[in-house]
Design a protein around this ligand. Structure first.
Ligand code: APR
Length: 606
């Protein structure tokens, strides 16, 4: 199944990446043309340039007649495909947009958290009393639970394996952790370990997969990295030693964050590093098959076997990021002293907004061509997620979510206990640390070396970084998204993540959520996120990732919506009409034009 996800992601990711790269080229080309045009305009009198954009007819109440007067006095047939960029508007033409500094960020907006506490829905894996007395981070004592509501731990006494015994004729059953300890223990004692040693050890306690798993990618990776940067033979033993600390570091059963429940887990960065070291050495039992009736078929994979298998250039850069993480966390000078919280949120039907009657007006909006993680520091940063959290991070996926998880590898541990997200669910991670930097995207992605994380920590010693994982719908055909049901599903999904929970929370840093591998319409997704943020009463910083065209169109549309005091309810009605028209047409309707035209129509009707 894991491979299945990756394959699906691969093809749609490829088109997303090509689209993205084309965009970059187009963006540059457009920018040059616009500058030339601007220069010529400065020299000659104001040209009466008219955009050849189509103005699809529309109105809030119903679909409309064939053509409408456009903003510049020309009548445009609504079916003419817009083939020129939206007329450039200077930044000061969009007075409604705010500045980035007008938006709320951590730590400024953080309210006092107070003492670390646990509850029936919030499990803390460290000793809370000791933590609150500043006596350090100690694993909370507890008992192993070999139960369907908890993670089945590799070191559990219930985890057994069959081994051939030199003494007894028949194979005997033995503790699987004993076999793991023996093999990883011998690796840990060596000063230098090669990939064959790693593979041999892993297969000793995963014999069922000896003809299925390969370590080509790991072997090719170690060969490909220049000797000067090649510290892996010394690193493998340290990762093995870290993995073997599991019984000491994690003593309390880890609950699964299951579908339909709001629940959370707080654990230390050290505990996360130990769990990930076990994932690296593929020790988690029952996590290697995803056949429909297997126990964890509704959970993402966690063992790194899929990362070590099939070689590709992508794997080289991915493994560089992963190995760097382990190099840091196994370094004796590193002091991992923080906590991380993983919170699954479930939006009950009774909490869903009544979108068609909402009187909320537009939230604060800042738009830039940048990216979320750079300019959106301190804000609730949206992970363009898969419902299988982390997507193809352990496979060949390499777009926004996988890159985020490679730069912040602690996020990968969410795959151990987070069931596939339902339509009304999201995952919020508070406190993950950034270990690396990157450049490029998809096939051009490159690990760009270590990064120090300068974020401050909150009262619970969590780095003040909040990531919101929400999975958009994946549209095989672009047209499929234009139904009110699908629009409402995306509104509810975004609202589930954006909804405030009491304390004054940071505003939202997002972008083209669902508009790459998942084939969404960037304009529609931008409007949907604005509506959800309006309802959640939170501001939005929208990063178009070098898409200048989208930036301009969004600013102009937002300006209009603010000037006209358009409510979320009105916008919902407009989207209903837009979807109806989109489906009835053979041509793509441009939502921003549709909104502009609809507002004009309703203004003329008044
Ligand atoms: N900041 C802002 N925008 C970004 C960033 C970033 N750091 N990275 C990428 N983008 C823009 C790009 O333009 C990209 O095409 O977001 C667009 C959508 O990114 P995708 O990752 O393709 O998101 P989506 O379409 O939601 O696909 C989600 O891909 O990564 C997997 O696991 C994920 O299966 C899920 C699917």
């Amino acid at each position: 199944m894991a491979g299945h996800h990756n394959n699906r992601n691969d093809s749609s990711q490829m088109s997303a990446i090509l689209q993205h790269e084309d965009l970059c080229k187009n963006c540059k080309k457009e920018k040059i043309e616009q500058e030339k045009e601007q220069n010529s305009k400065d020299v000659t009198s104001e040209a009466s340039s008219s955009s050849s954009s189509s103005f699809p007819s529309s109105s809030f109440s119903s679909s409309s007649t064939s053509s409408r007067p456009s903003g510049n006095g020309d009548v445009r047939d609504r079916h003419v495909e817009r083939d020129e960029p939206v007329p450039t508007q200077r930044q000061d033409d969009a007075p409604s947009c705010c500045q980035l500094d007008d938006l709320k960020r951590l730590p400024q907006c953080q309210s006092k958290l107070g003492r670390l506490t646990f509850s029936g829905s919030h499990t803390v894996l460290i000793d809370v009393l000791a933590f609150n007395q500043r006596a350090g981070l100690r694993p909370l004592k507890g008992r192993d639970l070999w139960h369907s509501n908890f993670v089945k731990m590799p070191c559990s006494s219930h985890s057994v394996t069959i081994v051939k015994s030199p003494v007894f004729k028949n194979p005997t059953q033995t503790s699987r952790w004993e076999v793991i300890s023996k093999n990883l223990g011998s690796l840990a004692k060596k000063t230098s370990v090669d990939v064959d040693d790693v593979a041999e050890a892993i297969m000793k306690y995963n014999q069922k997969y000896k003809d299925k798993w390969s370590f080509d990618a790991l072997a090719s990776f170690v060969k490909a990295v220049p000797k000067t940067e090649n510290y892996f033979d010394k690193l493998f033993p340290k990762i093995a030693a870290l993995a073997l600390k599991l019984p000491d570091y994690v003593q309390k059963a880890i609950p699964l964050l299951q579908r339909g429940h709001t629940s959370s887990i707080t654990l230390s960065q050290v505990q996360i590093s130990c769990l990930l070291a076990n994932a690296f050495f593929c020790t988690f039992p029952h996590r290697n098959t995803s056949t429909p009736n297997s126990e964890y078929h509704n959970y993402p994979t966690i063992n790194f076997s899929s990362l070590f298998g099939i070689w590709s250039d992508r794997k080289k850069e991915k493994l560089r990021a992963i190995m760097h993480y382990f190099k840091v966390v196994t370094d004796e000078h590193t002091k991992l002293r923080g906590l991380v919280t993983f919170e699954r949120r479930y939006l009950r039907d009774t909490d869903k907004p009544d979108w068609k009657s909402s009187k909320s007006t537009m939230p604060k909006l800042f738009v830039s061509c940048g990216d979320i993680e750079t300019e959106g520091e301190g804000m609730l940063q949206v992970d363009f997620a898969s419902s299988w959290i982390g997507g193809g991070v352990l496979g060949s996926g390499l777009v926004q979510e996988e890159i985020l998880f490679l730069m912040n590898p602690e996020l990968i541990v969410s795959r151990l206990f987070t069931e596939k997200l339902g339509d009304n669910e999201c995952l919020i991670i508070t406190g993950s640390q950034q270990f690396s930097g990157y450049c490029g995207f998809g096939d051009t992605f490159e690990w760009a070396g270590p990064r120090d994380d300068h974020h401050r920590r909150d009262d619970w010693d969590r780095l003040q970084r909040q990531i919101l994982a929400i999975d958009a719908l994946h549209f095989k055909h672009r047209r499929d998204q234009y139904t009110l049901n699908n629009v409402t599903r995306e509104l509810d999904k975004a609202y589930c993540g954006f909804k405030s929970h009491g304390h004054s929370e940071p505003d939202i840093a997002t972008g083209k959520w669902g508009c790459g591998a998942f084939n969404g319409d960037p304009q529609l997704k931008a409007v949907i996120q604005l509506m959800a943020a309006a309802k959640a009463n939170r501001g939005v910083a929208f990063f178009t990732f070098r898409d200048e065209h989208l930036k301009q169109g969004l600013e102009q549309t937002y300006n209009l919506l603010v000037a006209e005091g358009i409510t979320v309810g009105k916008l919902y009605g407009l989207l209903k009409n837009f979807c109806a028209e989109q489906r009835s047409d053979g041509f793509h309707l441009d939502l921003f034009e549709f909104i502009k035209n609809s507002v004009r129509c309703s203004r003329s009707l008044l």
